[in-house]
Design a protein around this ligand. Structure first.
Ligand code: PMV
Length: 304
């Protein structure tokens, strides 16, 4: 008896950080980056976690797994005399890069346990559990990551008014470059919060990010990739004002634009993680990745 769920990663195209303050954000599922969660009965009397980085008692796993511990505990409380389980995670999404690794495993664990125990929880209940785990992981999480890893379409997200799914394609390619540097989302969100409290410039950057996001949506719906790219680069300037960019991210965004990208920016919490560049074609994306050389540890090219 076992249940599995395959959940994919994501990138935020625009609107990170401002989304926490009630502005819109646009994000995209990345199907090629995914993690499969498999729940099965454990013959030995313990709840066992099996990931590429930790194998052992689920509830004694390091603090980074606290969100998952909450999810398992939540399900065990719903079941009378729950059996011992083994929960295995296969596949790899690099952590703390803005690729949605924590939301992916949170959603996967929730859906696989729901299936295993045949609870038939509603989609809303599943998202509430996943989002609560994300709040444990990231502090004040907007819900954007969970919504995107649970979607096959582009997600236009507002934490107050909800989600709009966009099917419109853009005539462009997205290059995702991994700086290889860890970017802690919780730390980034707290840093921005403190900055906004003391700086009108930071407050203005958040407002501008909201405006740029709405403009990106309009350009996207008109299939105007050049404008989308330009707006992404403007968003990067705002994220720099919010102090979540790094010298390497700045260098990569400049390199991408100088090599022919429509635009480039960090994606996710920042302080490390990934840089995304919107490119007119695959060849340009390849060339940028090649020119980035040792500045990046990995890259992916996605049709958008
Ligand atoms: O670093 P990521 O991919 O988890 O994205 C964080 C996005 C923020 O807007 C910074 C935080 C949030 O909860 O939306």
């Amino acid at each position: 008896m076992q249940s599995s769920y395959l959940a994919h990663g994501k990138v935020i195209l625009i609107g990170e950080h401002s989304v926490v303050y009630g502005y819109n954000a646009l994000s995209m599922p990345i199907q090629s980056l995914n993690i499969k969660t498999t729940v099965s009965l454990n013959q030995t009397p313990e709840y066992y976690m099996d990931t590429d980085r930790y194998h052992g008692d689920f509830f004694e796993a390091p603090a980074e797994y606290n969100g998952l511990k909450y999810i398992l505990k939540h399900f065990l409380n719903l079941i009378a005399n729950p059996p011992y389980l083994k929960i295995k995670y296969t596949g790899l999404i690099p952590i703390e890069r803005g690729l949605g690794s924590s939301a992916t495993v949170s959603l996967g664990t929730t859906k696989a346990l729901n299936d295993f125990f045949q609870l038939n929880l509603s989609e809303e209940e599943i998202m509430n559990i996943t989002n609560f785990a994300e709040t444990i992981n990231h502090g004040k999480a907007s819900g954007l990551d969970s919504a995107t890893v649970n979607s096959d379409d582009l997600v236009f997200f507002n934490k107050n008014t909800g989600i709009e799914y966009l099917k419109q394609k853009l005539n462009a390619y997205l290059l995702i470059m991994d700086t290889g540097d860890l970017g802690n989302t919780k730390e980034a969100v707290q840093l921005v919060k403190a900055l906004i409290a003391s700086s009108t410039l930071a407050k203005a950057a958040i407002e501008r990010l909201g405006l740029l996001t709405d403009n990106v949506k309009n350009a996207w719906l008109k299939n105007d990739a050049a404008t989308v790219g330009k707006l992404m680069t403007q968003a990067q300037a705002c994220l720099k004002t919010l102090q979540v960019s790094t010298p390497k991210i700045d260098q990569l965004t400049k390199l991408a634009i100088n090599t022919g990208a429509y635009g480039a920016k960090l994606s996710g919490g920042g302080l490390g993680g990934i840089v995304i560049a919107l490119c007119p074609d695959q060849k340009t994306a390849q060339k940028i990745a090649q020119n980035a050389g040792i500045l990046i540890s990995n890259y992916w090219i996605e049709e958008v």
